[in-house]
Design a binder for this molecule. Structure first.
Ligand code: NDP
Length: 322
C-alpha cells in the first residue's frame, strides 16, 4: 500500500511517500481501507519532534473509510461498514489499523469526506463547549482562530447554545466565515488589539470563557480578557507554546484553574465517544453542523497540506485522499 512515512523529524520535506505492506489487525483491532484522512495540527507536532514517537512513523490520527477486516474478538462491525475515528495512528495511508473501541459507524447521509472532516475537530469543539466550560444562553465566549478547523465548529456549537461569540481571525475573508458560523463580533487580531476590543465589546466586564488554541501570541492578552472567575481554556499552540509565566504573579490576578483540555482525556469511555461522535456526526448528517472542507490534497502531497495548515493558509478542514 501507499503511505506517508517519516524517517527523521524535521520540516515538511521529511514526509515521504513509501510502499509498505498492508498491516494485519491484531486482537481488538479493525483494518480499514482509508477514504479520507483528516489533517490535524498534532501531526505537525509529531513531525517536528515536539511530541515524541518511535521512528519510522506513518503519521496520522483521523480517518474515515470502509471496514476491510476484523481482528480477533471484534464484534459490532462488519466488512464494508463505513466508519470513522479520531484515533487512527498511521492514517496517512491507503489502509490503517484502528482500535475497535475508538471506531464509530458513520450515519446514513454522510460521505467518507464529511465523516473524516468532522471527528477530531468536531469532538474537540464538543468537549470544549459542553464539558470544559459548558456554555449556556447569555454567556460570552472569545474564540481564537475562529475560521480554522476547530474554530468554525466551536463557533457554530457555541452560537447554537445561545452564547455570544466574539471571534478572532487574521483576514477579512476568514472574518466572513466566522460570521457565517454564528460569531456576533469578529476582531482582526492581526490589525487590532483584541484585548482592547474585547473590553470595549463587553463594556469592560470581560468574557466568561476564552477558547485559546493559538497559545504563544495570545495567551497573556487572553487572560486579561476574562471576567473575574472566567475560564481560559488553552487547548493548542498553533503559534508556539506559551512563554514561561510567573505563577505567583498570575494567581495574583485572580483564581487560576488548570484543567487538561485534551481530546483523549474526554474520550475515556466508549459512552463518551458515542455521545460526542453521535452528536457531531448526527448534526452534520442533518445539516445542523456545517462542515467546511475547502482543501483536499492527494496523499502524496501531505507535505504541502501540513505546510498550508501551519502557514495559516487554510480554513475549516484539510483532507488527504489516498
Ligand atoms: P486551525 O485550522 O485552527 O489552524 C490554525 C489556525 O491558528 C490558523 O489558521 C490561524 O488562524 C491561527 N494561528 C494564529 N497564529 C498562528 C501562527 N503563528 N501559526 C499558525 N497558525 C496560527 O487548526 P486546527 O483546527 O487543526 O487546530 C487548532 C489548534 O487546536 C491547534 O493548536 C491544535 O493543536 C489544537 N487542538 C487541540 C486538541 C486538544 O484536544 N487539545 C484537539 C484538536 C486540536 P488565523 O489565520 O485566523 O489567525
Amino acid at each position: 500500500m501507499k503511505a506517508i512515512q517519516i524517517y527523521e523529524t524535521g520540516g515538511p520535506e521529511v514526509l515521504r511517500l513509501a510502499e509498505l505492506p498492508i498491516p494485519q489487525p491484531g486482537p481488538g483491532q479493525v483494518l480499514i481501507r482509508v477514504e479520507a484522512v483528516g489533517v490535524n495540527f498534532i501531526e505537525i507536532y509529531f513531525r517536528k519532534g515536539v511530541y515524541k514517537a518511535q521512528l519510522p512513523l506513518v503519521p496520522g490520527s483521523e480517518a474515515a473509510g470502509t471496514v476491510e477486516e476484523l481482528g480477533p474478538g471484534v464484534t459490532g462491525f462488519a466488512a464494508g461498514d463505513l466508519v470513522a475515528s479520531a484515533s487512527v495512528m498511521g492514517s496517512y495511508a491507503e489502509y490503517a489499523l484502528v482500535p475497535a473501541a475508538q471506531l464509530v459507524k458513520v450515519p446514513a447521509g454522510l460521505s467518507p469526506e464529511q465523516a473524516g472532516a468532522a471527528m477530531l475537530q468536531g469532538m474537540t469543539a464538543h468537549y470544549l463547549a459542553y464539558s470544559t466550560f459548558p456554555l449556556k444562553a447569555g454567556d460570552t465566549a472569545l474564540v481564537h482562530a475562529a475560521a480554522g478547523g476547530v474554530g468554525l465548529l466551536l463557533t457554530q456549537m457555541a452560537a447554537k447554545l445561545g452564547a455570544r461569540v466574539i471571534a478572532t481571525v487574521s483576514t477579512e475573508a476568514k472574518a466572513e466565515l466566522a460570521r457565517e458560523a454564528g460569531a456576533s463580533e469578529v476582531i482582526l487580531y492581526t490589525e487590532q488589539d483584541f484585548e482592547v476590543e474585547v473590553k470595549r465589546l463587553t463594556a469592560g466586564r470581560g468574557v466568561d470563557v476564552v477558547y485559546d488554541s493559538v497559545g504563544k501570541t495570545t495567551f497573556d492578552q487572553s487572560l486579561n480578557c476574562l471576567r473575574p472567575r472566567g475560564l481560559l481554556a488553552l487547548f493548542g499552540a498553533s503559534s508556539g507554546p506559551v512563554p514561561p509565566f510567573d505563577l505567583i504573579q498570575l494567581s495574583g490576578k485572580g483564581s487560576l484553574f488548570i484543567t487538561r483540555p485534551t481530546l483523549w482525556h474526554h474520550l475515556a469511555t466508549r459512552a463518551e465517544l458515542e455521545w460526542r461522535a453521535g452528536d457531531v456526526l448526527g448534526w452534520a448528517a442533518k445539516g445542523d453542523l456545517k462542515l467546511r472542507t475547502e482543501h483536499v490534497y492527494p496523499l502524496a502531497e501531505a507535505a504541502q497540506a501540513q505546510s498550508d495548515l501551519a502557514d495559516r493558509k487554510t480554513t475549516g478542514k484539510i483532507l488527504l485522499e489516498p
